[in-house]
Design a protein around this ligand. Structure first.
Ligand code: ZN
Length: 257
């Protein structure tokens, strides 16, 4: 029997594309559709999209329950994402839903909630080239990537990046302007796996680049956890018979332990 497909939801804010003709020209159906399109080439993935202006931002409890990996791109409207939806997605990550946070998603409510830190960084929208160094050639996310790869023009993100210490540092970027940045990193939160991947400023054709697509595709497979663990905090009986508690009758009935 073949395994069921990995259910992926690609979430896009989908605002820059409607307001900026340059972005619309690069991503006619929205950045989320470009990302979904290359993921759909993988037979083992079942891919849907969701956007901010849909009811519940396209992320109803039902949709989140049926999402194994969530891919997130947002920027200008982070503040419009309802906290209730953020909390549902946060809980789903604890249960085992994977999260791929792309580029400006470093400041999304969901990523910040999961990291618990500022997630701040330096930035510059200019003509920098970005060179991403592969720090983990044996990692599932870097398969097919090689020693390093370059993006001819990208927005610069620089350190210090206000993230908790990554579980695994996957990429470090160098920019023409001289800065460096931890541009690929992983964390576990509960049963869920998180990958932050830096490239993807909306005015550059970054998500059309084959190696960028390769990293995101690899990351989706890596972030999939086959088993969900529902949150509970049960009071449990012992597995074996316990010895009598000698202090049983002398302990105070109430108060501090
Ligand atoms: Zn940007």
């Amino acid at each position: 029997m073949s395994k069921p497909p990995i259910r992926v939801t690609v979430w896009g804010e989908y605002r820059h594309e409607k307001k900026n003709p340059k972005v619309a020209a690069l991503y006619p159906g929205g950045m989320h559709e470009t990302i979904a399109a290359f993921l759909r080439k993988q037979k083992k993935l079942q891919v849907q999209t969701a956007t901010l202006d849909e009811p519940d931002h396209g992320l109803s409890q039902e949709t989140l329950k049926n999402t194994d990996v969530l891919v997130w791109w947002g920027h200008m409207a982070h503040g419009e994402v309802r906290q209730e939806i953020v909390e549902h997605a946060f809980s789903r990550v604890q249960e085992g839903m994977g999260l791929i946070a792309l580029h400006s998603a470093h400041y999304s409510k969901l990523f910040k909630r999961l990291m618990g830190t500022t997630c701040s960084l330096k930035w510059r929208e200019s003509t920098d080239k970005e060179r991403l160094w592969n720090l983990r050639p044996g990692h599932p996310i870097t398969q097919g990537i090689g020693d390093y790869f370059e993006i001819p023009m990208e927005e610069m993100y620089g350190e210090p990046f206000g993230i908790p210490e990554p579980e695994e540092l996957i990429f470090i970027s160098w920019f023409t302007g001289g800065e460096v940045f931890r541009s690929g990193a992983t964390w576990y939160r509960g049963n869920g796996k998180i990958f932050y991947f830096r490239p993807g400023h909306e005015t550059y054709p970054t998500y059309h680049l084959p190696l960028v697509q390769k990293v995101i595709t690899n990351a989706v497979f890596w972030a999939h956890t086959p088993t969900s663990v529902l949150d509970s905090c049960p009071n449990v009986p012992p597995l074996e018979t316990l010895p009598e508690d000698p202090e049983k009758n002398t302990r105070p009935q109430e108060g501090f332990r």
